[in-house]
Design a protein around this ligand. Structure first.
Ligand SMILES: Cc1cc2nc3c(=O)[nH]c(=O)nc-3n(C[C@H](O)[C@H](O)[C@H](O)COP(=O)(O)O)c2cc1C
Length: 158
């Protein structure tokens, strides 16, 4: 059975809510998924999963420090995420507040690790974005992204 983790950083809860929705979408679609704050995850833990989804609030158009630290720590086992499935999401205050650059920063780290990141032709293309607290649109995007990540992971690893 394939397994997955959603890792997030969140000070005021918006990214956390998104993480829980994405993990729900993944679990509902049959991919066993844990959801953990980045403070409770070490780089070494990450290599045990077939799919890794990372979320961060947008800080100055980039991922938050603790998320970057986790990605930097992956270098100890560089290459071991090759061929695994990735995904990213973010919460920001503003439309055009740097949310897509934040997602792309996370995805860049995933691609450098050899991970497979599927875009979305209909939903949020790079990964779910919430402006402030997740609303119904964001809830749909998170559940949809979770389902798509689960479907791809099950195809590849089960
Ligand atoms: C240090 C810092 C930098 C931020 N930079 C941006 C930014 O560049 N663009 C933006 O739209 N929001 C920015 N924000 C707002 C957060 O991205 C936003 O409040 C987000 O929803 C917080 O997520 P959280 O509830 O998961 O902590 C910033 C917040 C902080 C604390």
């Amino acid at each position: 059975m394939a397994k997955a983790i959603v890792v997030y950083h969140s000070r005021s809860g918006n990214t956390k809510e998104m993480a829980e929705l994405i993990a729900k979408g993944m679990n509902d679609a049959g991919l066993k998924t844990q959801c953990r704050p980045v403070s409770k995850v070490k780089a070494d833990d990450v290599f045990g999963y077939d799919a890794v989804v990372i979320g961060s609030p947008t800080y100055y158009g980039q991922m938050a420090g603790p998320v970057k630290e986790l990605i930097d720590d992956l270098v100890g086992k560089h290459g071991q995420l090759d061929g695994k499935v990735g995904g990213a999401f973010t919460s920001s205050s503003n439309i055009g507040g740097g949310n897509e650059t934040t997602i792309m920063g996370i995805i860049e780290g995933m691609l450098i690790s050899g991970m497979i990141v599927q875009g979305d032709p209909s939903g949020d293309h790079y990964g779910p974005v919430s402006i402030g607290k997740p609303d119904e649109r964001v809830e749909r995007q998170c559940l949809r992204r979770g389902r798509r990540i689960a479907e791809l992971s099950k195809k590849l690893f089960e």
